[in-house]
Each structure stands twice: as C-alpha cells, then as structure tokens.
Write a protein that binds this ligand. Sequence first.
Ligand SMILES: Nc1ncnc2c1ncn2[C@@H]1O[C@H](COP(=O)(O)OP(=O)(O)OP(=O)(O)O)[C@@H](O)[C@H]1O
Length: 249
Amino acid sequence: MSILLETKGLTKEFRGFVAVRSVDLAVERGAIHALIGPNGAGKTTVFNLLTKFLKPTAGRILYDGRDVTSLAPASIARLGVVRSFQISATFPQLTALENVRIALAAKAGGSFAFWRSDKTLERHNARALSLLEDVNLAEFADTRAGELSYGRKRALEIATTLALEPDLLLLDEPMAGMAHEEIGRIAALIKRIAVGRTVLMVEHNLGVVADLCDKITVLRSGEILAEGDYATVSKDPRVIEAYMGTGHA
Ligand SMILES: Nc1ncnc2c1ncn2[C@@H]1O[C@H](COP(=O)(O)OP(=O)(O)OP(=O)(O)O)[C@@H](O)[C@H]1O
C-alpha cells in the first residue's frame, strides 16, 4: 500500500503550550485509520492542521506525495480531503433528499441561486437517492433532517460528505453521543463507504474502533504514544496507562 497522507514533525504551539508535538503520521491509501486519545491529546488540533484551519508551528504535511503545508482550506478540499463536519450543517427544515441534492449541486459548482433552482436540483435526484441508499436512509428520503434520530442525522452528514466525492474522508468522532447499537451500525456504515477511499477518523474510545480500523495511532499530550493494529495497541501498557481511570479503553 502507498501512503496517501503523511505528516513530518507536525507541531502546533498555542502561546508556548505545545498541543501537537512532532507528530509523524502516515495514512495508507485505502485504509481506515483512527487517531485516538484521551481528552486534550491533540486529536482535534491535528485535524484542524490537516484541513488547514490551523497553521502548524513546525513540520510538513504531504498529500499524495505533494507538500500541502501552506495550502488554503478550500484548496485542500479541492484535492479531495473532506472533513465531515465542514458540511455537516445539514438544513433541518429540508428533507434528507434535499440536503444531499444541495451538497451535490454545490459540488457541481455554479452560483448559490443556480444550484438552488428546482431544475438543477432535480438533475441530482437519482444520485442523491443512491447516496441515501449507501447510508441506509433511502426510506427517509422525504423526512425532514431535523426529524431524524441522532444516529440517522450522522448518517445523513456522511451522505452529504460523500456527495463531495472525497478521496480522503476525515471523520470527527462519528460515534460520539451514540448508543451501543448505533455504534455498531455506524461502524458498518463507515466500513462500507470506505471501499475505494481512505478514512482518517478521530475517536475518543479505543474500544469502538476495534473491529473497524486497519491502523490506530494513539496520541497523548500531543505526542504519538503507540501505533499499530487494535490487537497491538490495546495490549500496550502505555496505552492502558493513558486510559486508566478514564473508563474509555
Ligand atoms: N486555540 C487554542 N488555544 C490554546 N490552547 C488550545 C487551543 N486549541 C487547543 N488547545 C489545547 O491543546 C490541547 C489539545 O487540544 P485538542 O482539542 O486538540 O485535544 P483533543 O485530543 O481533541 O481532545 P478532546 O478529546 O477533549 O476533544 C488541549 O490542552 C487544549 O486545551
């Protein structure tokens, strides 16, 4: 497998406080890779650096072999790096289908007035429905987003993210706030949509990524503590210690 995304010595300081320290991350093409760690480990900061919301204090980011360290957020998104929450502002008054159609129309380009027109939106009906099928929401196509259950809202966010055709899909705690049964469902969904793409997800809990991820990077205090598959990482005494008492291992 080749490496799609790589960071070298990635570091972020906030007024002298080092939130991310010299992180070397390598995300393989086609993999589902999790970045996990306890509160304050630096996971969100790494995501913000990758999507260019933050500028690194030091280090480099390579995407598909290209140095993207100084690219703007819009440029990295155009290269196919899409973060779920960036478009997760689904419109609660619109139906699930309408939400996905808007994402498709936005991806296709043109002005806001143009892609809001009925004619443009109808062109996207078939694709929107197929994306809803991908996330098991076809039967809720005509339900308003605001009326969907929490888990289904997250699935809709994923559908609208997929409309942007990401090569690298960044998922920010996709299982957060979910009940146990929903976690299994969303994990199965992530597995299915990961076919033909690369997924990097931030997760708080190690347990929920056990059957899902090919590789896990554990962060603590801004540094990589351990890395490997679930079997390796979950047995690592440093990881057990980092999670001890938090109830999240
Ligand atoms: N803009 C900022 N200014 C100052 N400190 C910050 C800023 N953003 C994050 N930090 C600090 O950096 C550290 C890492 O935060 P970050 O949000 O990346 O951790 P996290 O692993 O995502 O945690 P959580 O699971 O709680 O979301 C924390 O100590 C946080 O207080």
